[in-house]
Write a new protein. Structure first.
Length: 550
């Protein structure tokens, strides 16, 4: 399954033009792959790659494979693999059969490596990792050849077989390609192709104790699977000569074409697995699924719809130019999608008691409230209304400032779906001086908020029934970092989470299921969390909520 674009026109970019030209010349169909390493959780940068790879395949009548490039058993786990499967499905994509694994091809890769040794294109090096690193050279200084570089092929074949049989400890030997220690591209200075690791692999168990490096495994996995176009980010551009060298010297049945594009860099967050892991390990966030994290798990828990993320990736586009994308664009995509799809409801963050003195005591009306203002098919719900209500504390001012259009002494406002009320007086707490009760009268002729005499009412506010409202915990999330290009934890936004413990929600929301999204009128979009609290997904307006005081 490849999810369709949110827009009618198929997006056009340089990669799609290359693929189209290649297919016109060779015929056939495009075969791409989404090849994450199962050593962490996917983030929104992976979403861009996912949308590209699945998108190109779907648009050309081809297919995109999900493959785990699982070459490092020390950092990989089944937990990560299962999470990746789930995130790919959640974002709207699917694949044929079971996901592939690079480890499915370990035997074939071993055979190709054996062939490289026999042809004189690879050798077993007995230097330590530190010695190899120290003799690699720099961008301005060539590397130094290993003393084992001219080892006879027969000896390397024997050592490589003994490495596989488990005869040697970790680090005793490696298999290196014999290319050019003076190359200006450091990736061609006799790169390591295999290393010894006595570790249980999450997919192959203890069947192997030597593992191919990522560069060697990726190109051969692509070729074995018949991938036509290997689409990857720009940091692999310098690896392309090695990609092609391996194809030239192993001659597998297919020859994929590697094409690079710019990775996604998003302001006010970080996209490095290492830096994200630091935030988790040091306790700056509540795990990988913290709604402030750029992981798909975090965005899902925050309430981001998958359609909005796909829309965002499409708007960002595919180029070769490195850039940073404003967080506001992602928030706008989320807001646009939720404005279309999220039902409306009412909640009060910081309750202030409002008493309608001329409304009969003990009477509860059921008012009709539309679930979506522009979608009649969304239906309506009943909202209880009575003599005592709860309104937002900020919707009343005893001494209103210029431009304030809400409730104040002597002023009228419209209660959403209810009546027009007029503030007659207010009471304060003797200990703090804070307003504790607002007393009003309502005009019975204005049920539904309409004034028969046509008088103008400047403001409309939301509310909940004091007697029937349900208590709720609301979490107000903001951007994780306080600067667009964060350097580290010192740049964290200390106001990125505010927990409101004493909020009140209308009764209909009590039955909401985890993952359901709503627009809390005038407050923003919220998502029901697994602990039955509500997470703010995004505010109603563009801009950083942290600079507006939430």
């Amino acid at each position: 399954m490849v999810h369709p674009s949110n827009h009618s026109a198929t997006p056009s970019d340089f990669i799609r033009r290359i693929v189209s030209a290649d297919l016109a010349e060779t015929g056939g169909r495009a075969v791409t792959r989404f090849p994450p390493e199962p050593n962490g959780y996917l983030h929104i940068g992976h979403a861009k790659s996912m949308c590209l790879n699945f998108g190109v395949a779907g648009e050309t009548g081809g297919l995109c494979r999900l493959r785990f490039d699982d070459t490092n058993p020390l950092k990989e786990s089944r937990e990560f693999a299962e999470a990746i499967r789930d995130d790919v499905r959640w974002l709207g994509f699917g694949w044929e059969g079971e996901p592939r694994h690079a480890s499915d091809y370990f035997e074939e890769m071993y055979g190709y490596a054996h062939g490289l040794i026999r042809s004189g294109s690879a050798y077993v090096d007995s230097q330590s990792a530190e010695e190899i690193r120290n003799t690699r050279g720099t961008l301005t200084r060539p590397g130094k050849e290993s003393p084992w570089r001219n080892r006879r092929a027969e000896e390397s074949v024997d050592l490589f077989a003994r490495m596989r049989s488990g005869e040697f400890p970790d680090g005793a030997h490696v298999l290196r390609a014999r290319i050019d220690m003076a190359s200006g591209n450091l990736n061609l200075r006799d790169p390591v192709l295999y290393r010894i690791r006595h570790a249980t692999h999450p997919h192959t168990g203890d069947a192997w104790c030597i593992y191919p490096t990522y560069d060697f495994a990726q190109v051969l996995s692509d070729a074995i699977e018949g991938v036509t176009h290997s689409l990857c980010t720009l940091e692999f551009e310098d690896h392309r000569p090695l990609y092609d060298w391996i194809l030239d010297h192993t001659r597998p049945p297919a020859r994929p074409r590697q094409i690079e594009f710019s990775r996604l860099n998003l302001e006010h967050t970080v996209m490095s697995k290492r830096r994200l892991a630091q935030l988790v390990e040091e306790g700056h966030v509540d795990g990988w699924s913290d709604p402030r994290m750029p992981t798909l798990r975090g965005m899902r828990r925050r309430g981001y719809p998958p359609a909005a993320i796909r829309d965002f990736c499409e708007r960002v586009g595919i180029t070769r130019k490195a850039s940073r994308t404003e967080m506001g664009l992602l928030e706008r995509c989320v807001r646009d999608e939720l404005d279309r799809s999220a039902p409306r409801a009412m909640a009060v963050l910081r309750p202030l008691r409002l008493v309608i003195d001329n409304y009969p005591e003990g009477v509860i009306e059921e008012l009709d409230a539309r679930n979506h203002p522009r979608d009649p098919g969304a239906g309506a719900r009943k909202v209880p209304f009575g003599r005592e209500l709860l309104i937002e504390r900020e919707d009343f001012m005893a001494e209103p400032v210029p431009g304030f259009r809400r409730l104040a002494p002597g002023r009228e406002v419209r209660l959403r779906y209810g009546y027009i009320v007029r503030c007659e007086s207010f009471e304060t707490d003797p200990g703090t001086g804070a307003v504790s009760v607002v007393r009003c009268t309502c005009d019975p002729a204005t049920r539904g908020g309409r004034a028969p005499d046509g008088r103008k009412v400047r403001g409309t506010i939301h509310w909940v029934s004091a007697d029937r409202a349900e208590p709720a915990v609301l979490r107000l999330y903001d951007r994780l970092f306080g600067v667009p290009e964060p350097s580290g934890p010192e740049d964290l936004n200390q106001g990125s989470l505010e927990v409101v413990e004493d909020a009140r929600i209308e009764p209909s929301l009590a039955a909401a299921r985890p993952g359901e999204r709503f627009q809390f009128e005038r407050l923003g979009y919220f998502c029901r969390d697994e602990d039955l609290g509500f997470n703010r997904t995004v505010t109603l307006r563009d801009g950083w909520a942290g600079r507006r005081g939430g």
